[in-house]
Design a protein around this ligand. Structure first.
Ligand code: SAM
Ligand code: TMP
Ligand code: ZN
Length: 406
């Protein structure tokens, strides 16, 4: 039996998404032999309620020199992180000589604003390629996995931090015991740890099962985060819902007894209880919704194929690996995926082997249908690709349910 990575309690599996590749391992044509696969399945801890993957993929397989995700690729996310930086500067990075640390700083999208404000900062990210891009923006980065030893090294060399921040990164880290020991060593006595990640409440509500992939190890709720924080001498003192990446929550943790929790914490905990979020029956219902989505999407794509329609996809997201591989969607149903990321272009999608082409080629000529894999950037992409619909093209969405936008 598998046990919880947080508390060693019993894990009960509720969803099996089958054999899956590394979601960000885009392949060179001709290099598809020997591809890595693992079993992507999700379970819930009967003790601390944490929802998590049943199998862990070694971190070096995911985060390395060629990690292709660039945070600055979306204008909406650039604005989000500029606003986040301004907020941290106004509320937490105050007093004399404040120090801001970011776990998973990627290409420096958030810390660049902190650096421009002249505030002392350090990013920690193991992926050298994106870390170099951050450095080119004037951001200081340590190329490392954040864990206890990294934190001890930073605290010894640079002193303690007012705030440690992490976006779309904490949920990637199975070894949270070590991370929290590190946070305890690195944060000033009244320092805070602020992190934001996809919210299980949104995933269940929107049936956005594509948020489940190798990198996303944990699926947090206010309740599971409160339990996690308490194990390590911290308290959940604030929560804020964010519209980005399909619905996230920003959690603020402080050392126990240093800050009173806001009313928003009690409200979110009460809402989760009312909705029975992360209760076994809710998660079983979610799993049934996922299976229905798969059946409807496959039926739609096969029907379009039989009618001779040209169908492509838009956004070679990490998320889409789960959809393509779980549903068995390959190049015969979706001929290419269009994407702005140079590191993905000219490659094949992991597991499903659909060619990735530059988004500039989307209109050469426009397809009949485009499956929007990057649905979390729908507004930005649909605005940019207005002409597609004007030319009679149709978007296909699969969350919260399978539908064609007429
Ligand atoms: N914070 C950025 C954002 O929200 O757009 C980047 C998110 S990206 C999905 C996750 C980042 O976390 C990657 O750049 C990866 O290299 C980094 N990462 C993964 N494990 C880490 C760890 N243990 N410590 C620090 N960074 C880590
Ligand atoms: P994400 O869902 O992990 O943020 O990944 C978004 C992917 O979609 C990334 O590979 C870049 C791509 N993308 C486009 O191709 N065009 C766009 O306008 C946007 C915002 C993203
Ligand atoms: Zn547990």
């Amino acid at each position: 039996m598998s046990t919880c990575r947080v508390c060693a309690g019993p894990l009960t599996e509720f969803l099996d998404l089958g054999a899956q590749p590394n979601s960000d391992a885009f392949l060179r044509p001709g290099e598809t032999d020997g591809e890595f696969f693992f079993r992507l399945a999700v379970g819930r801890c009967g003790s601390c309620t944490m929802v998590q993957l049943m199998e862990e993929v070694p971190r070096e397989r995911m985060f390395h020199r060629d990690y292709p995700y660039h945070s600055s690729g979306s204008s909406v996310m650039r604005e989000h992180f500029e606003n986040t930086a301004r907020r941290l500067l106004a509320t937490e990075a105050t007093g004399s000589d404040p120090f801001v640390v970011e776990i998973g700083c990627n290409d420096g999208v958030m810390l660049a604003t902190v650096g421009r404000a002249g505030v002392r900062h350090l990013g920690v990210d193991p992926s050298e390629g994106v870390a170099d891009e951050a450095r080119a923006k004037g951001v200081r980065v340590r190329t490392a996995f954040f864990e206890e030893s990294t934190a001890l090294g930073i605290a010894a060399a640079e002193g303690r931090a007012n705030v440690v921040y992490a976006a779309n990164t904490l949920c990637h880290i199975p070894y949270l015991d070590s991370v929290f020991r590190g946070l305890d060593a690195l944060l000033k006595p009244d320092g805070v740890f602020v992190f934001e990640d996809p919210y299980l409440g949104e995933i269940v509500e929107r049936t956005s099962f594509d948020q489940i992939y190798d990198e996303h190890f944990y699926f947090f709720t206010a309740r599971s985060v409160r339990n996690l924080a308490r194990r390590h001498g911290f308290e959940l003192v604030d929560v804020l819902r964010l519209p980005v990446h399909g619905g996230e929550v920003r959690y603020t943790l402080a050392r126990r007894g240093t800050r009173p929790p806001t009313a928003a914490v009690a409200e979110m905990l009460a809402e989760e209880e009312r909705k029975a979020l992360a209760e076994p029956a809710t998660l079983e219902r979610f799993a049934a919704d996922v299976r229905r989505t798969r059946d409807e999407l496959v039926a739609l794509l096969k029907g379009l194929h039989a009618d001779g329609r040209r169908v492509v996809a838009y956004g070679a997201t990490a998320k889409s690996a789960t959809v393509a591989n779980y549903c068995g969607i390959g190049p015969e149903l979706v001929s290419s995926v269009y994407d702005t990321t140079p590191a993905k272009q000219g490659r094949l999608t992991p597991g499903s082997h659909i060619p990735v082409r530059p988004s500039e080629a989307f209109d050469e000529p426009y397809p009949d249908y485009a499956l929007l894999f990057a649905w979390n950037h729908a507004e930005e992409i649909m605005a940019k690709e207005r002409e597609f619909r004007a030319a009679g093209g149709k978007w296909i969405l699969y969350t919260p349910r399978v539908r064609v936008l007429e």
